[in-house]
Design a protein around this ligand. Structure first.
Ligand SMILES: O=C[C@H](O)COP(=O)(O)O
Length: 240
């Protein structure tokens, strides 16, 4: 069975002093029936794990496929797990673009996430040019085939659809666009894997997106940084 998941992605934002927002979120989501995750910069994971949280689960945003080795500046999945992460994003479009990560890289990272006992939030998404060329479903199908490893289950993987043109732009995909993609993904990954939508999700549009049949939650960037913005999104998901 799918799980409702409200996942925040702080991206390259946040200092130790900002962890008070995690505690605020934690307090305010008590009693809500959904899983809440915040994917933090690696520098904040250990400090966050030391906080007296009850409900918010913590994740990383990337991992190297190897467990250790001579990879200056990188971080491994066992390191993230050791610092308290139980989730890790793989294949975010910002890394596919900024770091030239390929589907094969994402597949290897996802396997590393599983090996460290964490759940992967695997991201796929089309660019505006691909959408305008009518290639959206073909692009997503190819990304899925290339980056989702054999052995993916509803317990070890959550799939996030994030249209690149909707990330951080304020241009949220329409309910029809989200529904078309999520219905197609559901047919490909089976009934149980949770499917998240990401791209300019905020309190004002969350309920409409979460009401769609095959949307089981959101991957939220900018609106996850402050409890005042994120908690209403978690509440909308729990009420959906
Ligand atoms: O991982 C989160 C997504 O990239 C969405 O970011 P955004 O909510 O700031 O558009």
């Amino acid at each position: 069975m799918t799980k409702k998941i409200a996942a925040g992605n702080w991206k390259m934002n946040g200092l130790v002093s900002d962890l008070s927002d995690i505690l605020d979120i934690d307090r305010q989501i008590e009693g809500l029936e959904c899983t809440t995750v915040i994917c933090l910069p690696a520098t904040l994971l250990y400090a966050s794990d030391g906080d007296p949280r009850q409900r918010v689960e913590i994740g990383g945003q990337y991992c190297h496929p190897a467990a250790s080795g001579a990879h200056t500046g990188d971080i491994s999945a066992p390191m993230l797990a050791d610092a308290g992460a139980t989730w890790c994003i793989t294949g975010h479009s910002e890394r596919r673009t900024d770091r030239n990560e390929t589907d094969a890289d994402v597949r290897a990272q996802t396997e590393a996430v599983w090996a460290a006992g964490m759940t992967a939030i695997l991201c796929i998404g089309e660019t505006l040019a691909q959408r305008e060329a009518g290639e959206t479903l073909a692009v997503l199908t190819a990304q899925l085939a290339g980056s989702l490893p054999e052995g993916a289950t509803a317990d070890n993987t959550v799939l996030a659809y994030e249209p690149v043109w909707a990330i951080g732009t304020g241009k949220v995909a329409s309910p029809e666009q989200v529904a078309e993609v999520h219905d197609a993904l559901r047919a490909q990954v089976g009934a149980d894997m949770s499917l998240l939508y990401g791209g300019s999700v905020k309190a004002a549009n969350a309920a409409e997106i979460f009401a769609l049949a095959n949307v089981n939650g959101g991957l939220v960037g900018g609106a996850s940084l402050k409890a005042a913005d994120f908690v209403p999104i978690v509440q909308a998901l729990a009420a959906s």
